[in-house]
Design a protein around this ligand. Structure first.
Ligand code: CA
Length: 232
């Protein structure tokens, strides 16, 4: 390959030890900076705690399967591209993966060189899209600096509020169900309705209190959405 290779920070979530070691060594030899998790829940924790350029995610994992890791990661408004590894070449698995927010998949067994090439492609694609900014009408959330502005005016939003806001803005103007919001807040779709409403009220105060047009809308019995005035 003659194309210049970017040096990337890659998270590998794979439980098969030999497979993980092969991938790790190959990518590290290519200059990538590698992190590894051997199960779904520690993989998700690493993915949420650090900024990765690409996440390589095995589908069948102990403790939390790959689909669920992907879904929970995206529910937090996180945008690193995800390449899913699947042992089965079944259409249903791929569709499930894409629905959960995976960007690409590779069926085992695969050539390590192909994996490396796909990682580079995903990274370049993301750079072009540059999704570090989420927008909903006058509201802008910069995921890198975790800052929020409305009509260019900086707003103070709590860390929990930022997680809610990122989830809502990533789906704007669609409704997020209570379970999705609980997932974004606590990484768990089981929710305490009263606590959830409290967080939404706080976020509302931060986003809407000083403005005429409310952006956060209640959809009774379902959840909430953020809809800019033009889209209502
Ligand atoms: Ca596996």
């Amino acid at each position: 390959m003659s194309q210049p290779q970017a040096k990337l920070r890659v998270l590998l979530i794979e439980d098969q030890r030999a497979m993980a070691e092969n991938i790790w060594e190959f990518l590290e030899m290519q200059g990538q900076v590698m992190d590894h998790a051997g199960d779904g829940s520690s993989g998700l924790a690493l993915a949420l705690a650090n900024a990765y350029d690409v996440i390589v995610l095995d589908l069948g994992l102990p403790r939390l399967d790959g689909i669920e890791v992907c879904r929970r990661y995206r529910a937090q408004g996180k945008t690193a591209p995800i390449l899913m590894l699947t042992a089965r070449d079944r259409l249903e698995d791929k569709l499930l993966g894409f629905e959960a927010g995976a960007d690409d998949y590779l069926t085992k067994p695969f050539e390590l060189r192909e994996l490396a090439a796909r990682i580079q492609v995903l990274h370049r694609r993301l750079q072009r899209l540059s999704p570090a900014l989420l927008r909903a009408g006058p509201l802008v959330l910069d995921l890198a600096s975790r800052s929020v502005t409305r009509d260019g005016q900086p707003l103070t939003v709590s860390p929990a509020g930022l997680r809610l806001l990122a989830a809502l803005m990533a789906k704007t103007p669609n409704v997020l169900l209570y379970a999705d919001l609980a997932q974004a807040l606590w990484g768990d779709s089981d929710h305490d309705a009263a606590r959830l409403h409290t967080h939404v009220s706080l976020l509302r105060a931060a986003i809407d209190r000083d403005f005429e047009q409310p952006l956060i809308q209640t959809v009774h019995g379902f959840g909430y959405r953020i809809a800019p005035p033009a889209a209502t």
